[in-house]
Structures are given as structure tokens and as C-alpha cells.
Design a protein around this ligand. Structure first.
Ligand code: PLP
Length: 394
């Protein structure tokens, strides 16, 4: 099998799996005061320190969660629910992940206003548009992606954080797609923002970096005002009650350390494979258009997202799957129905074009053989999907 969907989820790292299982075999609730509990507590707090070191944050700022969706919900709902009176609006750039979009939509149903920020043609959040949005009346919080998970475009997160700080608006950054691929320093991104303004919360997810699915974290600045979603035992500064997943935390810390140690070299290696993939596809399908930033330094190293004009993405994905290649459409498939990607449309593309986008994403286990496999079939798959050649599979 050739797996080219590492942005959806990536291989569990053997070292993280080993740590996960070893710690899971230990008994003890990290909140118990007896020796077994204290042992669990020690592993948990060491894991928090290790993850904090990778994210360049204070250990107390790391709140372990069940993954990206929970982290985003805790940040966005939590900030909104602790807003000052009269500040009801949320700054929401176009093209955010559904975890954010749908959370803001749920808040809008409760009375939140939404200040949209259109993306530019390559999928980047314009800093000036973001600055205007955060400076508008009644803004309670802003949220933004560090890098777009569909088209891979990297935002200027430091500049977004600075303009939010200047407007005295708290900012959540969704670093789920960026973590493990780009440097992510909470301290640097926060800069010298005053208490409660600028970057106050940052989301990461374990299964994107080789930790188990169901692990993740939200980094929450000490001075942030955030209402919890879960009420109970008051664990993790009262921000996330519930018995803590010690083995998941240990596995996440291990995966994060490994990802960070190899990040720079892997970025070069993976971008090289990605560039030969894109060049090869374009030579076999000259109609294909690369979405996102054409400058490789402006996009995630493992991301290639292409429009195949006239070819429904589900047909292409089916034909690729038949050839043993796993890829995805621009957007997540909900209940088995492929929606046209809202991100591709946010780049100024039509709904029809958004229905012909295919995302190929690379990761730690990707090799040149994956490229060869795609290039061996993509030309034929395109002609079949556009109907210019009858497909045997119909
Ligand atoms: C940018 C981004 N944010 C949030 C999420 C949600 O994360 P999770 O799948 O861990 O819930 C994803 C997952 O694809 C993502 O890519």
C-alpha cells in the first residue's frame, strides 16, 4: 500500500507505542495520594515537562486533551464563555478546520457575532485583513491556523499574534497541521503580549506526529481567562477535569521529542519527495493545477494539493485506491459524502473546481516509491475520471 494521507493521520511511532504500552501497564491514578498514584503523577508531570520543552512553553501551561478537536473547542468556547460583557464577536478567517468552523457556528447560535477574514489566492490569512478584523468593535477572541491542513499554506503566526496583542484581543492558534513540521514556539509566538491578549492558547494533536489518536494538548498561557468545558475533579488547573491519560501523555511527549529532533532533516527530505511528486503529476497531467503557495517555503513540506479539472475527486480517489494508493479529497468526508472543500473555495475557486481537488500528503514513512506508484497511474486515472477513457471499473 502507498499511503499518501499523512495529514489525516500518520503512522504510530514504534518508540511512542512502546512507551504507551509500558506506562499503560502501570496501575495508579495520577490524582491519588498513595505511592502508586504518585508514581503515575510523576510520569504524567515528566511528560508535561517534555512536551512543554518541545513547544517552548512552561509545563503548567500544557493541558492534555483527547486531541485537536477537543483542544480547539476548549480554546474557542473557553475564551468566548469567559468574555467581557459586550464583547461577543469572534474573528474567524476563512478556510479554518471544521473543528473551529463548527465550534464558532455553535457559538453563533448562542449569539456570537462572526468577523470573517478572507484568504488570499494561495490560502494565506492576510495580516492586514486580520488586523482590521481584530480591531473591529466588540471582538472577544480571534482564532487562526498556523498552517492550513488542506492546502498546506503557512501563515505568519507571529505577525497575527502581534496584531491581536496590539488590539488587546486573545488569540487561539490551531497548530495541529503545523506541529512536527514547522518550528512551533509558544514563547516566541506569544512575544511580549500583555496578560490575556495576543496568543493565549495553542492546539496540537498527537496522531499527526506519530502518537496515538486520542492524545493532544492545548497550551494555555497562565494569564489566559478560559472557561472549562468539562467540570469535575478540577484536574489540570481546573481547565480539563477528568482522570488523566498518563500513558497517552507519555506517548505524546515521546512522539513530540522524536518529531522535533528529526524535523529539520525530514522537512528537506519530504519536501524533495513532494516536489518530484508535483512535477511528475504535472508532466503526466498538464491540466493539473497546484493549489496553495507555489513557493515551497510557504507551504508544509509534505503537502501537495492539486486541482484536476473536470475529474471528480471521488472518481480519482477511487481509481487511486484501486491501485493501492490512499489519498484524500480536499475536505474530510462526512458520513461518506464528499463535500466540495470550503478551503479550496476560500482560495477563490468555484464549487465545481473544489470538487476536483485531491490532497496527497507525505510523512515520516514516505519514500520515492510512493511517488513512482502515483506517477504510474495518475495519467490514466485522470483520463478515466474525466470520462475521456471508459473505466473498466464502472
Ligand atoms: C488543522 C486541524 N485542526 C484540528 C484538527 C482536529 O484534530 P483531531 O483529529 O485530533 O481531533 C485537525 C485534524 O485533521 C486539523 O488538521
Amino acid at each position: 500500500m502507498h499511503y499518501l494521507d499523512h495529514a489525516a493521520t500518520t503512522d504510530l511511532r514504534p518508540e511512542a507505542a512502546e512507551e504507551w504500552l509500558r506506562v499503560a501497564a502501570e496501575t495508579g491514578n495520577a490524582s491519588s495520594t498513595h505511592a502508586a498514584g504518585q508514581r503515575a503523577r510523576r510520569i504524567l508531570e515528566e511528560s508535561r515537562e517534555r512536551l512543554a520543552a518541545v513547544l517552548d512553553a512552561d509545563p503548567i501551561e500544557v493541558v492534555f486533551t483527547s486531541g485537536g478537536t477537543e483542544s480547539v473547542n476548549l480554546a474557542v468556547q473557553g475564551l468566548w464563555r469567559s468574555r467581557a460583557e459586550g464583547l461577543d464577536a469572534v474573528v474567524l478567517p476563512d478556510g479554518e478546520h471544521h473543528a473551529t468552523l463548527d465550534t464558532v457556528a455553535a457559538l453563533a447560535a448562542e449569539g456570537a457575532g462572526v468577523v470573517a477574514v478572507p484568504l488570499d489566492g494561495v490560502g494565506r490569512i492576510p495580516v492586514s485583513g486580520f488586523a482590521d478584523a481584530v480591531a473591529s468593535q466588540g471582538v472577544s477572541l480571534a482564532t487562526a491556523l498556523v498552517a492550513n491542513n488542506e492546502v498546506g499554506t503557512i501563515n505568519d503566526a507571529e505577525a497575527l499574534s502581534a496584531v491581536a496583542a496590539r488590539a488587546a484581543v486573545p488569540l487561539h492558534l490551531d497548530a495541529v497541521a503545523a506541529f512536527g513540521h514547522l518550528p512551533v514556539s509558544f514563547r516566541t509566538l506569544r512575544g511580549d503580549a500583555p496578560a490575556g491578549a495576543g496568543l493565549v492558547a495553542l492546539s496540537v494533536a498527537g496522531h499527526k506526529i506519530g502518537a496515538p489518536a486520542g492524545t493532544g494538548a492545548l497550551v494555555v498561557a497562565r494569564t489566559a481567562r478560559l472557561a472549562p468545558l468539562l467540570h469535575g475533579g478540577g484536574q489540570q488547573r481546573g481547565l480539563r477535569s477528568g482522570t488523566q491519560d498518563v500513558s497517552g501523555a507519555a506517548a505524546l511527549a515521546r512522539a513530540a521529542e522524536l518529531a522535533e529532533a528529526e524535523r529539520a532533516a525530514e522537512a528537506v527530505r519530504i519536501a524533495g519527495i513532494r516536489d518530484s511528486l508535483v512535477a511528475g503529476i504535472r508532466s503526466r497531467v498538464p491540466e493539473a493545477v497546484l493549489l496553495g503557495d507555489p513557493d515551497p517555503s510557504g507551504r508544509l513540506p509534505g503537502n501537495a494539493n492539486l486541482l484536476f479539472p473536470g475529474a471528480p475527486s471521488e472518481s480519482l480517489l477511487f481509481l487511486l485506491d484501486q491501485a493501492g494508493i490512499s489519498a484524500s479529497a480536499g475536505s474530510a468526508c462526512q458520513a461518506g459524502i464528499a463535500e466540495p472543500s470550503h478551503v479550496v473555495q476560500a482560495l477563490g475557486r468555484s464549487e465545481a473546481e473544489a470538487r476536483s481537488a485531491v490532497r496527497l500528503t507525505l510523512g515520516r514513512t514516505s519514500t520515492a516509491a510512493d511517488v513512482d506508484a502515483v506517477l504510474a497511474v495518475i495519467g490514466d486515472a485522470y483520463r478515466r475520471a474525466t470520462g475521456s477513457v471508459r473505466s473498466d471499473s464502472r
